[in-house]
Design a protein around this ligand. Structure first.
Ligand code: FES
Ligand SMILES: [Fe+2]
Length: 320
C-alpha cells in the first residue's frame, strides 16, 4: 500500500508555506512540503526565495549552516553561491562557473504570507494568489496544525452542507448561492443560524451568511457576516501537503474594524475563538477519517460529487 489517499499525485496550485515573519531578512529556513525538503531565504533586499534544500555540488543541506549574502544563498560546505533563480553565481576557488543550479520554486508574498507554487510537471503558475482587502481589517491571527489528511479532504467541507448541522450545531443551513466552479476557482454561499459565541452570546442563535471562495485546493477564503451584530469576520484556511498523507493547515482569522476600537478588539478575539473551536471540530474528523472514493450521497448532502469533479483537475497534467 502506498499512501493513505487514492489521488494519483499531489495537486498543483498555490500553497501557503509560511508566515512572512518566519523568514526574516538574512534568514534561511527549512521546510518540508510535497514530500521534499526546501529552504526559503530572504535576501538583504527583502525579497524571499525558495529553492531545493540540497546543493547541486556535493549535496550539502543549505538550511544547515548556509547563509544569505546579498540576494544569494551561500552553501556551507564549499561556499558556492546561488542566485534567486537558483543558478550558481560564484565558486570562490574556481574561475570556471559551472552551469548548475538549485531548483527554484515560484514564490509570492502576499498579506504577510509566503505562497509556493507546486506543479509536479514543473509548469509555471497560470493563476495568482488573490489580493484580499487588508485596509480596515484587524491584524491576522494565525495558528497551524499538521495532521494526517489531504487538501482535497479539507476543502470538501465547502460542498458538505449537512455537516454544518451535525458537527457544528448549525440550524436552517441552506445554500444562498449554489456551488459554482470557474477553472481553478470555485465559490458558494450558505446561510445558517448558529451559536452566538462569535459575538459573545453563546446562549443565543444568530444568523450568519458565509461566502466560501476556493483558489485551487490550497487556499480557501471564508467571509462570514454575522447579521445581527453586523460583524464581518474572515477566515482563511490554507492547506499545504507535507507529503502524500499529511497536510499543514493554517487557520488565519481577522475581522473588519468597527467604529469602537474596544468593541472591535473584543469581537476580534471572540470571532477567533469561536471560529477556531468550529475548525478544531473539523480537524478532529479530518485527522481520523478515511477517504471514500465512491460515497453514497443523498439529497441534502450538498454538491460533493460536483466538488470532486472540480478537484480532479488539479491532478491532471496541464499543457506547458
Ligand atoms: S556541497 Fe554545496 S558548495 Fe559543495
Ligand atoms: Fe466544518
Amino acid at each position: 500500500m502506498t499512501g493513505h489517499f487514492p489521488f494519483p499525485r499531489l495537486p498543483y496550485g498555490w500553497f501557503l508555506a509560511a508566515q512572512s515573519s518566519e523568514v526574516p531578512a538574512g534568514a534561511v529556513r527549512t521546510f518540508c512540503y510535497f514530500g521534499e525538503e526546501l529552504v526559503i531565504y530572504r535576501g538583504q533586499d527583502g525579497a524571499a526565495h525558495a529553492v531545493e534544500a540540497h546543493c547541486p555540488h556535493l549535496g550539502a543541506h543549505v538550511g544547515e549552516g548556509g547563509c544569505v549574502v546579498e540576494d544569494t544563498l551561500r552553501c556551507p560546505f564549499h561556499g558556492w553561491r546561488f542566485g534567486p533563480d537558483g543558478q550558481c553565481v560564484e565558486v570562490p576557488y574556481s574561475a570556471r562557473l559551472p552551469k548548475v543550479g538549485m531548483r527554484a520554486w515560484p514564490l509570492v508574498e502576499k498579506g504577510g504570507f509566503l505562497f509556493l507554487w507546486h506543479d509536479p510537471d514543473g509548469n509555471a503558475p497560470d493563476w495568482t494568489v488573490p489580493d484580499l482587502e487588508e485596509e480596515g481589517w484587524t491584524d491576522r491571527r494565525c495558528v497551524d496544525f499538521t495532521l494526517r489528511s489531504h487538501p482535497q479532504e479539507l476543502m470538501e467541507n465547502t460542498a458538505d452542507i449537512a455537516h454544518f448541522g451535525c458537527l457544528h450545531g448549525a440550524r436552517n443551513h441552506r445554500y444562498l448561492r449554489q456551488w459554482q466552479a470557474r477553472g481553478p476557482f470555485a465559490d458558494t454561499k450558505i446561510g445558517f443560524s448558529a451559536s452566538g459565541a462569535a459575538v459573545g452570546a453563546p446562549d443565543n442563535f444568530v444568523d450568519l451568511e458565509i461566502n466560501f471562495a476556493l483558489h485551487g485546493l490550497g487556499y480557501l477564503v471564508i467571509d462570514s457576516h454575522v447579521l445581527d451584530a453586523n460583524l464581518h469576520g474572515r477566515v482563511r484556511v490554507c492547506a499545504t501537503p507535507v507529503d502524500a498523507d499529511h497536510v499543514r493547515v493554517f487557520f488565519i482569522s481577522n475581522v473588519r474594524k468597527m467604529a469602537d476600537p474596544a468593541f472591535t478588539g473584543m469581537a476580534d478575539e471572540l470571532f477567533f475563538q469561536a471560529a477556531k473551536a468550529d475548525f478544531e471540530q473539523d480537524v478532529r474528523v479530518w485527522s481520523h477519517k478515511v477517504y471514500r472514493p465512491r460515497p453514497v450521497v443523498v439529497p441534502g448532502d450538498g454538491p460533493i460529487l460536483a466538488y470532486r469533479q472540480w478537484a480532479n483537475q488539479f491532478y491532471q497534467p496541464r499543457a506547458a
